[in-house]
Design a protein around this ligand. Structure first.
Ligand code: HEC
Length: 196
């Protein structure tokens, strides 16, 4: 039980970094909300992404992580206590809600439900054993293009809490919970962004 929730510390840290750096990167790129030039280039970028992801099944080469040895486990627990870190519980049911309500579903599909601007996030394509932080690391790598597009489509970049991220990671890996996702769960205001 404890073992399974460990990797969440990093997820938390990365989510904080993600939130702050996304803003900086966006500002640094000279993007101004509502500008037509930005809108056009974001639209072009989205078209390019859509073509890229539509043309092949995007491979997820998330690396699997070695299991912690009992000694590493003990050290990690003691480090967490020493430096005052806590873990959120991971909830894939809530993750499904976060996935549709924050708008991930506009660009990412799960079992064919959702958009095709970003790669699909099907649990069945994920490795059976994987470092949970790798999901956040992947988001981090795609962060600059993702947040620029979100600004353009939604008027602002999606903001996530550490708990949101923990739950999204759980949802991304829970094939049973993913089966419960249907198009009818997508909020009205987001449906207009989906053209499939
Ligand atoms: C506006 C469109 C858009 C939205 C909204 C969006 N993404 Fe993305 N996402 C992308 C694109 C495009 C990429 C690929 C970026 C790249 O390759 O540079 C990506 C990449 C990713 C990746 C890496 C996938 C891989 O295989 O490497 C993950 C994980 C991810 N997104 C999760 C999310 C989650 C979770 C949300 C909701 C909180 C979200 N995305 C919202 C467009 C979006």
């Amino acid at each position: 039980m404890m073992k399974r929730i460990f990797p969440n510390i990093l997820v938390l840290a990365v989510s904080v970094m993600l939130a702050s750096t996304a803003q900086t990167a966006y500002a640094a790129a000279g993007h101004a909300a509502g500008s037509t030039a930005v809108h056009d280039s974001a639209m072009e970028m989205m078209d390019a992404m859509r073509k890229q992801h539509g043309s092949h099944e995007h491979g997820h080469d998330f690396e699997a992580m070695d299991q912690l040895s009992p000694l590493q486990f003990e050290r990690t627990v003691s480090l967490m206590q020493d430096i005052g870190l806590v873990m959120p519980a991971m909830d894939s049911i809530r993750g499904r809600k976060v996935f549709v309500e924050t708008g991930c579903v506009v660009c990412h599909s799960v079992n064919e439900v959702g958009g095709d601007i970003g790669p699909s996030l099907n649990a069945k394509d994920m490795p059976s054993s994987m470092n949970a932080f790798e999901f956040a690391a992947r988001m981090w790598r795609g962060a600059s293009s993702m947040t620029a597009m979100q600004e353009d489509m939604f008027g602002e970049a999606i903001s996530l809490t550490g708990q949101d991220l923990a739950d999204l990671v759980a949802f991304a890996h829970d094939a049973k919970e993913q089966e419960k996702l249907t198009k009818s769960q997508i909020p009205e205001k987001l449906l207009k962004f989906l053209d499939n």
